[in-house]
Design a protein around this ligand. Structure first.
Ligand code: ZN
Ligand code: ZN
Ligand code: FE
Length: 762
């Protein structure tokens, strides 16, 4: 009971409801310790909407409790809201953790979290009972999202369910003062998962899995290693033969491979590190961070100006890296298929050995990939460590409806909305692949069970043939279709809590999205609010000769631009000499006769064309955006300049158009004079940034717009993003771009939710 009975510390009682990421993150023991320390009585328990706390005691202690609740949260807990009301004191004699739960849930589950310093110390200390134990974890670290299959979050709902705790682990699990109190994946060598090393072909187990695995990597072997969200393929990055063999297995000739380094020191030998990059690399989320190359490693990322690094995030990785220092760690899927989660999915042709264990993965998740632009993350893939994240929506958009958004087709994600929050899934890959479509369905099922979710309506892309759109149609629910580039614009509007009613100029640059006129859009300036858009300007239309073939073969777009600028007498540039005259003629005919050829305003295709003309793009690409990536890399190595090319801004009628034919003519002249591709690349980036500013200035003059959104996959180009953002800021615009979501098609489902909200908000 409170000691002081005076007016300033009289007996009071409160009932609190905390919402946010409060389960599986040590929240209840934190409350228990805090309340006990302040001599408060009552209970804490999980309820449908979060955590309920009942407290009674001196009013001063209660105030101190509320303050500490805000200031000293456990590292993984996130408080979204705190509601409290005064209650009648019940005269309780102690504080307890009430194990019962009640109510239907929308409780946020934590993402997977990298091994914490305390656990790391245990596995490194001889004599500790978890010395060198690869599955050590606690309330502050370890697997979460990838091992849970339903809520409430307790051991029964995870893939740890069939491991029976030993008395030592149980003691830790049940002691509110222990770091492992109610850590659901708690385990030790006596009772927890075990490491297994298998020869890939015979599946024969090997002795001493950890030591043998380390030895095998040193010998140049390729191993599949089970991590949190799936298997990596790992090998020695300095063994060129092993790296080439890995590339052959993955059918990746040049696409960059990710590296895992023992520590930041090992990273800094090969990549330039600034503070923000260091912070993200060492964060508990452990993404792959792309760093500008300092000392290259042959064969790892031959075409890129960056290397992708991550630090170990499970005890198993730490134990391997202690001996290996640096490894290639690329996701184990075959080309275009989802990341592998069970060893049964691993073909014997995929690796030499399999380092696995008997804790199942409930949900796949790839590693997240980001670079840092102007000190902020720029995600090229958002998955492990960042999913699931409860994204609050602006108050004016809150709706009673439950909305499912199924995204687009390439680099897909799904999103769900209920009770004021959106949850976007991890990167799911391209749905035109049959197995990835299975992953898409698997994820929707998982979300329904994990978040107790049943949709009232569904939103899909406008494209009639996307698999996600047909799936949405098949649900028999009210179904709305949303234009691709408008969805791109809406996603960062939600992320940055732009209020309903505000109008922005959404600059949406990407490879391809189905336009509302049936053409292939991709360089769009959309005057937008949550309810709709007006197409204010776009890159001028131009034939896309051969449809999809023009996406795979950048020279086709190069010809299209040349034909527009010069007609049939286009200059036979050096880069075109690789393409036989007959093939060129066939494409020119497609363009002239408009056969199998839609019109496109795609910024991605403009990059393709310029990259090819400058002699940088391959005849046929290996992966999406390869040609633009080479142009960006060339620009990043070139000496800085502010010079630009000419272009036409056609404002005779709406929508206005940007015609880059003059730029194409200037580029061909420079190439004929033997100009270096790097300078052409940088001048081209400058030109596009200047065009963006020119359109924005006119939108301000004509429509009073001063807010700009930059979105779409083209803004993964760091140079363009940086220049455009800088110039727009300089001209007095407020600029937003996706920070915690990718600007690419991964964010379409979030944008689709925004539209669903605008339809149903009260
Ligand atoms: Zn820990
Ligand atoms: Zn144990
Ligand atoms: Fe897109």
């Amino acid at each position: 009971m409170p000691r002081a009975e005076d007016k300033n510390n009289c007996l009071k009682a409160y009932r609190l409801l905390v919402r946010g990421t409060v389960q599986g993150v040590g929240f209840r023991p934190f409350i228990y310790r805090l309340a006990t320390r302040l001599e408060l009585k009552g209970y804490v328990k999980n309820v449908g909407q979060g955590v309920e706390i009942y407290l009674e005691g001196g009013s001063k202690c209660l105030q101190r409790f509320l303050q500490a609740l805000k200031d000293d949260l456990p590292p993984l807990a996130r408080m979204e809201s705190l509601d409290w009301q005064e209650a009648e004191p019940e005269g309780r004699d102690k504080f307890i953790i009430d194990r019962t739960t009640s109510g239907k849930s929308f409780v946020f589950i934590s993402p997977d979290i990298a091994t914490c310093p305390e656990c790391l110390k245990e596995i490194e200390t001889p004599g500790e009972r978890r010395y060198r134990y690869p599955f050590t974890n606690c309330t502050n670290c370890g697997p979460r999202y990838t091992i849970v299959s339903k809520l409430p979050y307790d051991r029964k709902s995870t893939t740890m369910a069939h491991f029976k705790m030993c008395p030592d682990c149980r003691h830790e699990y049940e002691n509110p003062l222990d770091r492992r109190y109610h850590a659901q994946p708690v385990a030790c060598p006596q009772c927890g998962p075990q490491l297994i090393l298998l020869e890939a072909r015979s599946r024969k187990p090997e002795n001493k899995p950890l030591d043998s695995a380390i030895k095998l990597v040193k010998e140049g072997k390729i191993l599949a290693v089970k991590g949190l969200g799936g298997f990596h393929l790992i090998c020695d990055p300095f063994n060129l033969q092993a790296v080439q063999r890995l590339r052959k297995i993955k059918q990746r000739k040049v696409k960059p491979l990710a590296l895992m380094a023992r520590d930041i020191k090992a990273v800094s030998e090969h990549g330039f590190l600034r503070q923000a990059e260091r912070n993200w690399l060492t964060s508990t989320r452990r993404p792959i961070v792309l760093l500008k190359k300092k000392k290259d490693i042959p064969g790892i990322a031959p075409e890129a100006d960056t290397l992708g690094f991550m630090l170990p995030y499970t005890p198993l990785h730490h134990l391997l890296l202690k001996e290996l220092r640096l490894i290639v760690a690329t996701s184990s899927n075959r080309k275009d298929a989802p990341i592998i989660k069970d060893e049964a999915e691993i073909g014997s042709d995929l690796c030499d050995f399999i380092l696995t264990h008997n804790r199942e993965i409930a949900m796949r998740a790839d590693d997240s990939v980001m670079s840092i632009v102007r000190s902020k993350p720029l995600f090229s893939r958002r998955a492990r460590g960042f999913v699931p994240f409860p994204q609050k929506v602006p108050d004016s958009l809150k709706s009673k409806a439950r909305i499912l958004a199924v995204g687009g087709e390439l680099k897909n994600t799904i999103s769900i909305y209920k009770d004021g929050y959106v949850i976007t899934s991890q990167f799911l890959g391209d749905l035109d692949d049959y197995e990835n479509f299975g992953y898409f369905l698997e994820t929707i099922r998982h979300f329904k069970s994990l978040f107790d979710f049943k949709p009232d309506l569904v939103i899909s892309d406008l494209h009639p043939d996307f698999r996600s759109s047909s799936y949405a149609r098949s649900l028999g629910l009210p179904h709305y279709l949303l234009q691709h580039h408008f969805a791109h614009v809406l996603a960062p509007m939600i992320e940055h809590q732009i209020p309903g009613g505000d109008r922005v100029l959404g600059i949406s640059f990407d490879g391809y999205g189905y336009g509302d006129d049936g053409q292939a859009w991709g360089g769009e300036f959309l005057l937008s609010d949550y309810t709709g858009y007006k197409r204010y300007a776009h890159l001028d239309y131009l034939p896309l000769p051969g449809g999809d073939a023009a996406v795979r073969e950048p020279w086709r777009m190069a010809l299209s631009f040349l034909f527009k600028a010069f007609g049939r007498k286009y200059p036979r540039l050096k880069s075109l000499q690789l393409i036989p005259a007959g093939k060129q003629e066939a494409v020119i005919e497609l363009i002239e006769k408009r056969m199998n050829t839609s019109l496109t305003s795609s910024a991605g295709r403009l990059f393709d064309a310029v990259s090819f003309l400058a002699g940088l793009a391959p005849e046929k690409i290996e992966f999406e955006a390869q040609a633009p990536a080479r142009l960006e890399a060339a620009a990043s190595f070139a000496a800085p300049t502010a010079r630009t090319y000419s272009y036409l801004f056609l404002t005779d009628k709406l929508p206005y158009r940007l015609d880059f034919s003059p730029a194409i003519r200037e580029i061909t002249e420079e190439l004929a004079r033997g100009q270096a591709p790097g300078l052409i690349a940088i001048k081209f980036h400058n030109t596009l940034a200047r065009a963006i500013v020119e359109v924005s200035l006119l939108a301000r003059q004509e429509a009073g717009i001063d807010k700009i959104i930059l979105a779409g996959g083209v803004f993964l180009n760091r140079i363009l993003l940086e220049k455009a953002e800088y110039l727009l800021n300089k001209n007095g615009f407020k600029v937003w771009r996706p920070i915690y979501y990718s600007p690419g098609d991964e964010s379409l489902s979030l944008g689709q939710i925004a539209y669903g909200l605008s339809l149903t908000a009260k």
